[in-house]
Design a protein around this ligand. Structure first.
Ligand code: ZN
Length: 225
């Protein structure tokens, strides 16, 4: 059976995240929220992350400032601030595997992580999470994400979808339509993340690092249990 996992990035976003959490709770859907550290420091931010966690969603780290990708400006001092400071803000809300998702404008590629960022994530035992589908809910006029997202369901047996609290909350009817399409196709919604998207797991490299970082040696492929 085909599967799909929801992730919601760049929040928490007061005024939007609440609506999304209500929508998910009504349908018993569990997701992962990749939060931005600076947004946790805004009024209402940490409370929304706490609510998401209390309702069974997983919380991951999505940098402190969500500015330049760490592959474009990723010296150790910036890496420690972007990742480490956010992890401190997330604190006990963190998933035990310390999920980190680099920002990169929708595309998985070498711009995501510098070699310093890669070794920082390995030595601090993070799990790095990529994605398979980022259909562009953030791109005006926003609603066309739906057709693109449905089209991308054909690309893989286990979709890891990226949407954004801020942009999806004002158009939850599109998310509802998407859910109907998943049901029509018999695609199961799961909270678990597809192993192929966990390119570092608890500090251990499992993917090909040349596909998501500036590291220049080919990545070894760990044996799958
Ligand atoms: Zn992002």
């Amino acid at each position: 059976m085909k599967r799909l996992t929801f992730t919601f990035d760049n929040g928490p976003w007061p005024g939007a995240t609440e609506l999304l959490l209500d929508f998910l709770a009504e349908r018993s859907i569990k997701a992962t929220f990749f939060v931005v550290g600076q947004r946790l420091q805004e009024p209402g931010g940490i409370e929304l992350a706490r609510r998401a966690h209390a309702e069974g969603h997983w919380i991951g780290n999505h940098t402190l400032t969500h500015t330049k990708p760490l592959g474009e400006d990723g010296g150790l001092a910036r890496v420690e601030r972007e990742i480490g400071e956010t992890q401190r803000l997330i604190g006990e809300l963190s998933h035990p595997s310390r999920f980190f998702r680099p920002n990169g404008g929708g595309a998985v590629g070498r711009h995501l992580l510098s070699t310093d960022a890669l070794s920082y994530l390995e030595s601090n035992r993070y799990s790095v999470v990529t994605w398979t589908s980022a259909p562009g809910d953030w791109i005006a006029p926003h609603r066309p994400w739906l057709a693109k997202g449905i089209g991308e369901l054909d690309d893989t047996d286990w979709t890891l979808l990226v949407l954004h609290d801020r942009f999806i909350a004002p158009m939850l009817d599109t998310l509802d339509a998407f859910l109907h399409e998943l049901a029509r196709r018999g695609i199961e919604i799961v909270q678990e993340l597809p192993p192929a998207c966990i390119v570092i797991r608890d500090g251990v490299l499992t993917g090909d690092k040349t596909t998501f970082s500036l590291a220049d040696e080919p990545g070894r492929q760990a044996a799958t249990p």
